[in-house]
Write a protein that binds this ligand. Sequence first.
Ligand code: TXA
Ligand code: MG
Length: 354
Amino acid sequence: MKTLVLRVDPRNPDPEKIVAAARRLKEGGLVAFPTETVYGLGADALNPKAVLSLFEAKKRPLDNPPIVHIGEPGEIDRLAVEVPPEAERLVERFWPGPLTLVLKRSPSVPSVTTCGLDTIALRMPKHAVALALIRGGGTPVAAPSANLAGRPSPTTAEHVLQDLDGRIDLILDAGPTAVGVESTVLDLTVRPPQILRPGGTPREALEEVLGEVVFHPSVLAEREVEVERAKSPGMKHRHYAPSAEMWVVEGEPEAVKEKLSELAEELRRGGKKVGILATEETLSRCRAEVSASLGRREEPREAARRLFGALRELEAKGVEVILAEGVPLRGLGVAVTDRLRKASGYRIIKAGKG
Ligand code: TXA
Ligand code: MG
């Protein structure tokens, strides 16, 4: 299969290209498109064959359902049942935007789209191209991140090509995405509401609307957590991982800097090619042959925007080991640290203790 790349203006996409992409979707094809978080790989959510081919193209395990993307809040009532009143308040405040709601699914949704679960994850993205495509197709769009399963999520069309060239029909290329980490996945079928995956909408913001919101035990986990499949699909699979071995060093900035330098030196002496992924402040004081920046320590949004691209960049430079600095657990820093820990396969080092 030849993968066609169509460049589109992120704010004002060419209607002809959108029509062509929407037609591919309706025909059962696979179309990658930008959202405000990461690029998604879209298939018609109501076409079981198309959804199955989505799993195949991504090599995604069949127990990890995609998010279903919609173009209007009103679509919720077509796809979900017993929608609690909280949903409406959240939609009003956060949609379109990086928040995914897990609700009871309507029987009208094909079972393969939700991997046989009785719930469905719904989101209305905040990106002109995504919305034009979904509305143009006239159907809800199942769209996991447009990467091979287990790899860092794509924040540019180039990242999508790296993983999926020849495996999908079309990519709408509208340049880099704004947020850089995926949407927050919030389960509204339990009390209190539970964050299954931290993401572009911080817990603090959700609590302003809902009161108490809790994290699922897998969020920010420091080791593999046993999860009940029915509640938390896909959590047992490795995520976001670069091809290099990765370690995350967390703690006070000074101790982290010391530890990173020490580890880098030790690995270099052992003949390993090392890459450091850290904040500007740390990089300016840490000797590194190969490095990538997470931006300034006080700017978690910058770290989120850079994270996945930086992992791919270090990998492309052929490093064998990535040493990463954990970022403060504020705002989007929670999502970034969660991704770093999971990408490292939980190789976490606490600096300055013990
Ligand atoms: O920002 C995003 O959310 C991006 C863009 C493309 O919208 N999409 C994305 O999709 O990250 P994906 O498939 O890579 O991640 C979907 C997450 C997974 O963690 C999956 O387990 C969870 O949502 N999920 C999907 N359906 C669920 C359900 N019924 N119950 C619980 N979790 C669900
Ligand atoms: Mg994903």
